[in-house]
Design a protein around this ligand. Sequence first.
Ligand code: NAI
Ligand code: SOE
Length: 381
Amino acid sequence: MARPLNVALIGQKFMGRAHSNAYAQVGHFFDVPLQPVRHTIAARNAEELAAFAERWGWQHHTTNWQDIAANDAIELVDVATPNHLHAEASIAMLAAGKHVLCEKPLAHTLEAARTMRDAAAAAQGKTFVWFNYRRCPAVALAYQLVRDGLLGEIHHVRGHYLQSWGGAQTPMSWRFKKSIAGSGAHGDLNAHIVDMARFLTGDEVAEVSGAIAKTFVTERSLPDGSGTEECDVDDACLFLTKFAGGAVGSFEASRVAPGHENRNTLELNGSKGSLKFDFEDMNVLSVFDGGDAPATRGWKRVMCTSGEHHPYAGQWWPDAHVLGYEHGFVNMLADVLVALDGGQPVVPLPDFDDAYQTQRVLEAALISATRGAAVPLDEVE
Ligand code: NAI
Ligand code: SOE
């Protein structure tokens, strides 16, 4: 019988729903060593909060997230607020002796991210960051294939994360404010592909160059119709990297790429073979094995839904009964519960230190965009 683990969640909108679903579902599909109990949900809108708590099965709700720190019954706190609150809430929870599971990017500034990394290093509690795409079966399989040597020496990493929702018709929100988000498409989307690149290659970025950050829509209407406000974050951001192990990389993020709705991609090209992942076809990993017979050598479209052969797939449905966005969050939560119980996750989990390394790469790109020059990572601490 799994021991109950009281959980609190801060944030009740998009990620509030995705995470609540994970807490509700994980015990149905995984033999978890700890059973999460939806203890307390916190957010700002009191009217929405009561209905949300009832719908998603949270026992208590509060508009004051600090109540959670003071409650000794709560062991794990999930921070799913806009980016500027990640540091304050996470550090308060670590100081109160709790484990913290925080949304990405780690923080809105490198400085805030550093305080989180340092607080985690000094704390009893464990930390995790919701880089959920690591746990799509196709990405976890790519992780295993790289370690099995399928690619040989990795030469070239290509990531792009393109969305289309950020045009001039989209009203102002926290995602367009530097003081809250930190940056625009860059911190929101490049964070995911830099994390995936570091995770899959096991290598670190040594230098960033050629960065361009561009704001196309400089003013947006306020949601209440009372006027307009200036946008001070990028709508698109591109940059190049050198990896410590010798590979080269390119990363592109955009919110203004019509036709690309959630095109989160990563491609690895090595001396022996290549791999491609595209979230818009998330159950598939494209595999090119240079060791195949020349006459029939070519790209294979591997459906990563075999319970016997593919990470996480066996917990869900019969072969080829495909998974969706929400399954990545449930898969990750299952691994978090295993790690909290002292076990090994299926593939490595990012903690605050790991996410801080991703944040350094993002910061180097912003510096490169401003300076118009290459930025060695050892200058960005
Ligand atoms: P959202 O705007 O949909 O929801 C934010 C929630 O935070 C709201 O419930 C709001 O009431 C609450 N909140 C804001 N300020 C608060 C405060 N001072 N005290 C208590 N609650 C407060 O935002 P969304 O899309 O859910 O994003 C939240 C975080 O999740 C961001 O860091 C974002 O980058 C990340 N995210 C990650 C995704 C992933 O794929 N891992 C996907 C979407 C978002
Ligand atoms: C919006 O761009 C968003 O929800 C991001 O915040 C997420 O991190 C990404 O996974 C999906 O798009």
